[in-house]
Ligand binder design. Sequence first.
Ligand code: FAD
Length: 468
Amino acid sequence: MAGKRYDLVVIGSGPGGYVAAIRAAQLGLVTACVEKYPSLGGTCLNVGCIPSKALLDSSEHFEHARGGLAAHGVNVSGVTLDLARMQERKERVVRELTRGVEGLFRKNKVERVLGSGRLVGAGEVEVTGAGEPKRLATKNILIATGSKPASLPGIAYDGRRIVHSTDALALDRVPARLIVVGAGAIGLELGSVWRRLGSEVTVLEALGRIVPGTDTGSAAILQRALERQGMKFRFGVSARAASVTGEQVRVDVVPAAGGDAQVETADVLLVAVGRRPYTEGLGAAELGVKLDPRGRIDVDERYQTTVPGVFAIGDVIAGPMLAHKAEEEGIACVERIAGVAGHVSYASIPNVVYTWPELASAGLTEEEARERGLEVRVGTFPFLANGRAKAMGEKDGQVKLVADAASDRLLGAHIVGPRASDLIAELVVAMEMGASAEDVARSVHAHPTLPEAVKEAALAVAGRAIHN
Ligand SMILES: Cc1cc2nc3c(=O)[nH]c(=O)nc-3n(C[C@H](O)[C@H](O)[C@H](O)COP(=O)(O)OP(=O)(O)OC[C@H]3O[C@@H](n4cnc5c(N)ncnc54)[C@H](O)[C@@H]3O)c2cc1C
């Protein structure tokens, strides 16, 4: 029979798909990865994690140069913003990383196929939209088609004034007034970028708090810090309709519980109310792949869909929409296809909001642990009492650890503070290894470092923090 037969065809080259393809090739599977865009890396590398962090870092430099350095005795004057250059730098960061994925594909002999993939039968993927249509015959198919920004009823994106995250990463002017709908990670991160660059930012949130689902106390600390920076919050409200007149957006702001609308105006309205799984044009449902009521692909514990030989991972299935969750699932899925053991530790997936201070958490919150009927002991330690944070001029935040009262085993970690995104890694490893708070407390931490606040919080679980 003519034609190549693959062991695995991955549809989608986001962090779930491209990492799975590389791991599959490492395990000896003949692998292709189909991606409809010329640039590999999916949402994360192109319009998500990476460009947002590039702008967060750049805008942080701008803010420090404008006001934060004087306290260190560094006087800077004449600071101006070159937004075009900042955006160019972001594009370069994205380009270098997405090209890096191309290089990794070549190195690992993953065949890259440009075009839209569609399931046409068990073991067959049709690729269209880039030259001659082709059909790939394969033993296994992995759907890693990710997600797209969700929208609000009555509000249509126009890409300029009423935007989702992708457009908000590429604005060519700093909006004088920005309204953000949604106080989740994406809304707060992009709101922070534009506030630092000069926008007056108001965040509308239907619930009564920011970053729903995270530790309440840590989120409250972050909220206060963001308010001190000038970000405004309105809780219990949402946007019902929006229209553009000239250079302004008129937004109908309504109480989430129902009631009369108030009109607010802004230069840009950013809707950041979450993302929805993306399966359009995939032909999955037609083949018998079952979706849940929220449009996510149903999978079993091996990530197999309701069609044998067709698997799915990442944002397109249930669970937190995070790049590292997608990666881990991709690896576990192909390892099992290749007959190797693989699994994902869902109990300790870190979740980070990259504002300043950052908010990072993993495992159970105190509330969740108590709801499960667990008796817990909690240890907290403020960055105010950490030598390195003091030297850096960072006063905001704390480390909070939740441990099982009887066994002392770590159940959850919640950090709001400088570089919380890096600090959480130690606690993820600790939880993965089944460590107790005392294990962390007895591990030697270099002085003076931010991780000493983690050690002190672990000591505080037993009521014996030294520096607080
Ligand atoms: C602004 C923003 C910031 C974010 N920041 C973070 C962060 O800091 N940390 C974090 O963990 N997560 C972050 N995320 C979330 C993260 O980007 C996603 O969780 C992650 O990209 C999901 O990976 P995935 O592989 O499942 O899907 P995606 O990355 O969405 O990739 C799916 C790919 O499939 C392709 N595709 C879809 N259908 C087809 C088809 N039929 N044929 C061929 N190709 C197809 C798409 O073009 C896309 O390239 C952020 C998201 C946004 C929007």
